[in-house]
Design a protein around this ligand. Structure first.
Ligand code: 5AD
Ligand code: SF4
Length: 479
């Protein structure tokens, strides 16, 4: 074992070259020997992390189904298990290793079971070393850059019968023509770019997802047109930093505002885009969002901290003041109904009480519709992991608690404002909490539970809001 392993390398992953991005269209092939590998067999896939990962899992599923596997939601009854992992915080790691512990017992009872690791953790040197030294019972490891090579990786493993590690570190290509098995019939993820060149000091993503590569606009528009034909109502344009879309093109000046406009012109009912970095949010983008009704009034704009000192240490390239200025501009132009959400990290190395108070002050000013809040988690290989961190765990937990109290207060307030109003909701499925209700999202990304007949599933309907909670709304159809 070991000779033919392709392991991740952070030094390589950190490199950013000026070379042109190549679009490769014929990379996905299934070797003859594994064409029917999944015949009469079931696969189970568990996804951790962000929407990008969820969408990658849709790709992994399609590839496995091309090899005749069928899906199961019961891992104990499966023949192939893939964990599509996230590396963003320590607890994402812990969840994966916990799951691997359970799978190990299953594998002892079922030696024919194949187990593979995919996603962002596979791109981490230390994780792969750990898999090799302590999880040698696993079957294969592949990364975020070579998902399309899964059939060949399985073939290699079946031939060698050894742990197959195949992870690419340095990727400068865009690969087209890989299928997706989409989870929803009504809303779809659409990648517009891969990777990230921002290198915020706390973040592992530029290492695990590589250099920024934008897809060609024509490929994106064609994908959206196909989705419309299939009856999709909503697309979410995906990227680690979507506002920087197109900045890597050397031969054209086509940017996010152009893409948003062209996607809007396809006539798809709803367009969302995540995630935005405040640095690249242009006035032209705001104008396009305002001009097209089918671009949703919803902006996820991570601030990370309300202290300019901490923002500087984070390498975010904006100050508290310039964030608030952008925030106000968006609110002014798109109106009070536009929903703005954010991400905040507490306990970044060196964050003083005053820095934290600044974050609370910013939240009180901006009154976000909702926010994802996190305790800083050091990621090996990132600059922040080497910074002196002298805040106790208890203090960090208290800060998170305090922050969440304020965030929740404003979430509830923003939801309260909607009571009595009629808003459009895309009803997606039966509500998890109450089987007599349907659940869906407003264009402003509010979760709404609606008393309605199942025939409305898949439709955008006008809903009168009857009740507001912190994280959801209740309503009834208003025709
Ligand atoms: N520790 C805690 N939170 C992090 N995030 C990214 N890296 C870290 C880290 N090392 C958060 C940021 C980002 C969100 C996806 O996860 O807030 O916006
Ligand atoms: Fe997790 Fe980031 Fe990878 Fe998404 S891109 S799976 S959030 S580490």
């Amino acid at each position: 074992m070991g000779d033919n392993m392709l392991k991740p390398n952070f030094k390589e992953a950190k490199k950013r070259t000026k070379e042109d991005i190549k679009v490769l269209r014929n990379e996905y092939k299934i070797p003859n020997d594994v064409k029917n590998l999944g015949f009469n067999k079931k696969y189970f896939i568990k996804t951790y992390g962000c929407q990008m990962n969820e969408h990658d899992s849709e790709m992994i599923s399609a590839i496995l189904e091309d090899m005749k596997y069928t899906r199961t939601d019961d891992y104990e009854n499966s023949d192939l298990i893939i964990l599509n992992t996230c590396a963003i915080r320590e607890n994402a790691h812990n969840k994966t290793f916990g799951m691997l512990g359970r799978i190990k017992h299953l594998k002892q009872k079922k030696p024919g079971l194949m187990v593979g690791l995919a996603g962002c953790m596979s791109q981490e040197e230390s994780v792969v070393e750990q898999i090799i030294s302590k999880y040698g019972w696993m079957d294969f490891v592949f990364g975020t850059h070579n998902i399309h090579k899964l059939p060949e990786i399985l073939k290699e493993h079946i031939t060698s019968k050894e742990l197959e590690v195949n992870v690419w570190s340095n990727e400068g290509n865009v690969i087209e023509g890989i299928p997706f098995k989409r989870d929803s019939k009504y809303k779809a993820w659409v990648n517009i770019m891969y990777g990230c060149d921002k290198f915020c000091t706390y973040c592992i993503v530029p290492f695990t997802r590589g250099k920024q590569r934008s897809r060609m606009p024509e490929d994106i528009i064609n994908e959206v047109r196909e989705l419309i034909k299939k009856g999709y109502m909503e697309v979410t344009l995906l990227g680690q930093n979507v506002n920087a879309y197109g900045k890597d093109f050397t031969n054209r000046t086509y940017r996010m505002e152009n893409l948003l406009e062209d996607v809007a012109k396809t006539g798809i009912k709803r367009i969302r885009f995540i995630t935005s970095h405040p640095w690249d949010f242009t006035d032209k983008m705001i104008d396009v969002i305002k001009r097209y009704d089918n671009i949703c009034n919803y902006i996820h704009l991570p601030v990370q901290s309300g202290s300019s000192t901490i923002l500087k240490l984070m390498g975010r390239r904006y100050t508290k003041e310039s964030y608030i200025e952008l925030y106000n501009k968006i609110r002014d132009k798109l109106g009070e109904n536009c929903s703005i959400t954010t991400d905040i990290i507490v306990g970044f190395p060196g964050e003083t009480k005053t820095d934290f108070e600044d974050t609370l002050k910013l939240v009180k000013k901006c009154k976000f519709d909702s926010a994802f809040t996190f305790i800083y988690s050091p990621r090996e290989g990132t600059p922040a992991a080497k910074m002196k961190d002298n805040i106790t765990k208890q203090e960090k937990e208290q800060r998170l608690y305090k922050l969440n109290e304020v965030i929740n207060k404003y979430s509830k307030e923003s939801n309260d404002k909607l009571v009595g109003k009629v808003i459009p909701v895309l009803l997606e499925n039966v509500s998890e909490k109450d089987s007599t209700m349907l659940a869906g999202y407003s264009d402003t990304m509010k979760l709404v539970n609606v008393k309605a007949d199942k025939k409305y599933i898949g439709q955008i309907v006008n809903v009168k809001i009857t009740d507001a909670k912190t994280w959801s709304l209740d309503g009834e159809i208003n025709e």
